[in-house]
Design a protein around this ligand. Structure first.
Ligand code: CAO
Length: 550
């Protein structure tokens, strides 16, 4: 172990930032990159990581302090050999440097003090340690119950100031004999917290020491009458999910992780910890939330989710030969997206026909110019331009609904997705700032993105950020269809095959090339009259493309 100052690293350009949360306490063992404290500038909050694995020996800042790059925020004894994990775990178990009466106990290997074989037990009064400069901090959670057998560093109570949540760890391994505080009590340094019976005989300490390497054995051996909670939270770290919690399950997680869980609405009692001593780390919370979302979205059979009953599949082989093949990831993702949109969005589709006789004459007239440029002008760039103009004129189509916050997100940019049929399934690359681009630029970009989609070369960023989508089946056929809104967008334009139709001009029927448009929209965001205005506007713009210049 070697003493090392912990300094504020490069803050990505921010000058002075405020410490909003201290996620470790003196005596804590950390791994390299573990979060030590969180700072916040006016733009973002950033977690400052431990520069190495080791034990925190000093914290020189408190919540509310302002720090800048290079400032010392604490000191740690860094593990400097490859057994650092063992050392730090051992340090974790050691109560010595936490117990006020044994300050010298930072032995070079941080192992617990030698076990006394004399037998018997003693009662220890646990007091509130330094609360990083805070006083009168309310208790929001009591993490133990009288009679519980706990290990060193297990959280005893959680307190929360208006800036941070902190856990008070146990300085001893032993049994809780009396809890002297209750939820809501306000704590300051030195206040009596609880009493513990600490074994002076070999057993309890032995097991603490064993647990340095094997958290399972720690929980099983040390608390025979309560072991189920800990046994279940202690299997090999996998960073995955953890099913039903036992009532009263004790959660081992730091304040930053608890904060994250609160923000995501995750019940930490259900999360399996993959950190040292089965401590829950942020990755565990993310993995748990992800798996819960997947479960709720995937459901079983043909598709459940959102509480609707699934469709049970019959045994198709009773009707004839069948074979099964795995869905591609893209097919599965598309199926989920479609179902999510269909279930979440109240869809209505508005139909109209645009007279594109003149537009087509103009487009065909550009054939030679297109050949020179190496770009083919199809109807799609005209549609993109017309939709961009309609989105600008009717901005209620360029929004997202945030139902949780009861807010409408109005977008000040016009990015449009184009649905591309590929051998691997449907992909939707996005053309950015369509309103600022010319027809040739749009023709070139849409052709390039469509080709990239077919070649599976699209980057994720090229498929994100759309405000609206165009799905054109015009090159294939059909007279109308009802596209599914690509939520969180609120509208999608379906385009079918243009066909010559007799159109009454007031005196006689004229043969006109009519382009069928099918506008599906989210009826929560857009009302029917606006949808009719939108398709009206599109038919005007496409009917006389000079109006696109206005
Ligand atoms: N009416 C009549 N003809 C049309 C047309 C329309 N609405 N739209 C395109 N065409 C013509 C084009 O002019 C071209 O004809 P020429 O070769 O004679 O000039 C031909 O159809 C093929 O066009 P294209 O499909 O290559 O080009 P595009 O720019 O119109 O479309 C793209 C590009 C990427 C949208 C298209 O290739 C595609 O993938 N469409 C399918 C989208 C899809 O699957 N949507 C369904 C989503 S929901 O399941």
């Amino acid at each position: 172990m070697s003493e090392q100052e912990i300094k504020v690293p490069d803050l990505g350009g921010a000058d002075e930032v405020e410490v909003i949360e201290i996620t470790v306490s003196v005596g804590d063992s950390v791994e390299a990159e573990d979060s030590i404290l969180t700072v916040e500038s006016d733009k973002a909050s950033v977690e400052l990581p431990a520069p190495a694995a080791g034990k925190i020996t000093k914290i020189t800042v408190k919540v509310g302090d302002k720090v800048k790059e290079g400032d010392v925020i604490g000191v740690m004894s860094a593990s400097d050999d490859t057994d650092s994990a063992d050392d730090s775990d051992a340090g974790d178990e050691s109560s010595d440097d936490k117990a006020p009466e044994q300050p010298e106990a930072k032995s070079e290997d941080s192992k617990p003090a030698p076990k006394k074989k004399s037998g018997g037990s003693r009662t220890e009064l646990v007091k509130v340690p330094s609360l990083d400069g805070f006083d009168d901090v309310p208790v929001i959670e009591i993490n133990v119950a009288e009679g519980d057998t706990i290990g060193v560093d297990d959280p005893l109570v959680t307190v929360e100031s208006d800036k941070a949540t902190m856990e008070i760890p146990s300085p001893f391994a032993g049994k809780i004999s009396k809890i002297l505080v209750k939820e809501g009590d306000k704590l300051s340094e030195g206040k009596d917290l609880l009493e513990m019976t600490v074994e002076e005989e070999g057993d309890a300490d032995d097991e603490s020491a064993d647990s340095d390497d094997k958290s399972e054995s720690k929980s099983q051996d040390r608390q025979p009458e309560q072991k189920t909670d800990k046994q279940e939270s202690a299997p090999e770290p996998q960073g995955s999910t953890y099913e039903p919690p036992s009532p009263g399950t004790k959660v081992h997680a730091g304040p930053a992780v608890r904060k994250l869980a609160r923000e995501l609405g995750a019940d930490l009692a259900r999360v399996k910890g993959s950190g040292p001593k089965s401590r829950i780390i942020k990755d565990d919370v993310h993995a748990y939330v992800k798996s819960q979302l997947q479960q709720s979205q995937q459901g079983g059979s043909v598709g459940t989710g959102s509480g609707i009953p699934g469709v049970k599949l019959p045994d198709f082989s009773q009707f004839g030969d069948v074979e099964r093949e795995a869905m591609s990831r893209m097919m599965f993702a598309t199926a989920n997206n479609m179902q999510r949109s269909w279930l979440n969005v109240p869809h209505v589709t508005q139909f109209d026909d645009a007279d594109i006789t003149e537009m087509e004459a103009f487009r065909k007239g550009q054939k030679a110019a297109g050949e020179k440029r190496g770009v083919k002008m199809t109807p799609l760039p005209f549609l993109l331009k017309a939709c961009a103009a309609a989105l600008a004129e009717l901005p209620q189509f360029n929004v997202a609904l945030d139902m949780d916050r009861k807010e409408v997100v109005r977008k000040k940019y016009i990015h449009i997705g184009i649905a591309v049929d590929t051998p691997n399934g449907l992909m939707v690359p996005v053309i950015r700032d369509v309103d600022q681009k010319g027809l040739w630029e749009l023709a070139a970009e849409s052709a390039e993105l469509a080709q990239k989609a077919r070649d599976k070369q699209l980057k994720p960023a090229e498929m994100q950020g759309a405000c609206f989508t165009i799905t054109s089946l015009g090159g294939i056929g059909g007279t109308a269809f009802t596209p599914i809104v690509n939520t969180p967008e609120v509208a999608i334009l379906g385009v079918s095959k243009a066909a010559m139709k007799p159109v009454w001009d007031g005196k006689e029927f004229q043969p006109r090339l009519m382009l069928p448009l099918s506008l599906s929209y989210d009826h929560r965001a857009v009302n029917g009259a606006d949808a009719a205005r939108f398709t009206n506007l599109l038919t005007q713009l496409l009917g006389d493309i000079r109006t696109l210049l206005l």
